[in-house]
Design a protein around this ligand. Sequence first.
Ligand SMILES: Cc1cc2nc3c(=O)[nH]c(=O)nc-3n(C[C@H](O)[C@H](O)[C@H](O)COP(=O)(O)OP(=O)(O)OC[C@H]3O[C@@H](n4cnc5c(N)ncnc54)[C@H](O)[C@@H]3O)c2cc1C
Length: 471
Amino acid sequence: MSKIFDVIIVGAGSAGLAALREVKKRTRNFVLINDGPWGTICARVGCMPSKLLIEAANAFHRRGTFEEFGIRGADNLALDLAAVLRRVRRLRDDFVASTLKATDALGECAVSGRARLLGVGRLEVNGRELQARNIIIATGSHPVVPASWRVPDKQLLTTDTLFEQETLPPRMAVVGLGPIGVEMAQAISRLGVNVTAFGCGTTIAGLSDPQISSVALDLLGREFPVYPGGRAYLDVVSEGVRVRAGTMEVAVDRVLVALGRRPNIDGLGLERLGIELDEQGLPFVNPHTMQVADLPVFMAGDANDQIPLLHEAADGGYIAGINATRSAPTHFARRTPLAITFADPNIAIIGSRFQALDGKKILTGEVRFEHQGRARAGQRNSGILHLYAEPESGRLLGAEMCAPAGEHMAHLLALAIGRSLTVRDLLRLPFYHPVLEEGLRTALRDLAAQLPACEESDLAACDAFNAEALD
Ligand SMILES: Cc1cc2nc3c(=O)[nH]c(=O)nc-3n(C[C@H](O)[C@H](O)[C@H](O)COP(=O)(O)OP(=O)(O)OC[C@H]3O[C@@H](n4cnc5c(N)ncnc54)[C@H](O)[C@@H]3O)c2cc1C
């Protein structure tokens, strides 16, 4: 009889590697299978190279504030786009190398090849059948490109190919205004490319609060033309690619497609598990156990199409790794939802989304950053933040924002929501002066003013001073 592994992990991305860490603690009888390059999507073509590009773009963009600061000569600064992209790849290669340390020493336990399920506990890779007591599917996702777009590959980029470019052309369209589209459109524009962006949703960057989305859209629209809400069509024309959406039409050299990502499940053989699949071809996956139906099969990371974010993929892999080595699965509580789009100002969604609360009785506290003291000092005074709270208790439920240093406030808010803190609990915190978090305090005070009056002092219950330097 052929060998039966305790666990087979399919996919060596962030979810697969988190699963591997847990599996290795409990058994040596496992195999990790990965198709294509090793080194994770995050490090190779995702989180890390995109943030490297954004950092360079924002550093160059900052020159627009120099004159006002009294720094002369900004007009003489020039951007070497090829050097920017070389740096992206150089640092990216370092990040990839560090993820490879997790798999380089695995020897025969690591197999390169495309796995295909043959049934529960059975799969095929490189023409060989392997059997396992448990299988973890962590196959990730790929960018969606409409099949009807008949545009040559060299004119159509995705984030799989963007960071490999030696340079970028003068005119680009970005189609899709989810988190990745928004981040890349702004970065590419700030790097000097003439960008036109198209979105097809009612809001952008995953926001669900229409007011926050509209501020974000307005701020982006001051940097480059943005056309939300229309389905885009592409044609090849003599001067490049023509992008049409509604009444808008633009000719560009290349198009970055950012229309979302689809789980890598095509040809994976999920139908051979003998369970119901939804219209996307996905099975039910319990988000607390990562178990597929009641089978000894677990599915984590982008592959299960639940929350396509790095820390969630790692958590899912961790849960799957533990449960695939236990006789009965443990249910794990998931973390407070937290999603950040690294636009400038940062866009973030924490806890319950506005859309999920809409229609329920909630209070909304608001701050706008135009007059916030520290934001003005740094010429970063734009954006808006909404906090959502329960009307009676004042418990914080969620937040959406497009705000300077939003990525940090988002973490503070995730902590508060995770700990079920109330508006008054938060107002008891010290707020150092002058910091951007004082803007957050303004939104908390806005909420406190709507809550039932309370005798208790929190030392922060005074009215605003109506002086920018103090509020
Ligand atoms: C441009 C971009 C920017 C992003 N920025 C952020 C960010 O700032 N913050 C954040 O939290 N998230 C971000 N993400 C999302 C994050 O990168 C993903 O959620 C995460 O990397 C998913 O990890 P994973 O393990 O599910 O998949 P992956 O890392 O894609 O790993 C899956 C692996 O499985 C392999 N595979 C597929 N099919 C098979 C098969 N049949 N057999 C064997 N192997 C197979 C794949 O080749 C791949 O190596 C970004 C994504 C992109 C694309």
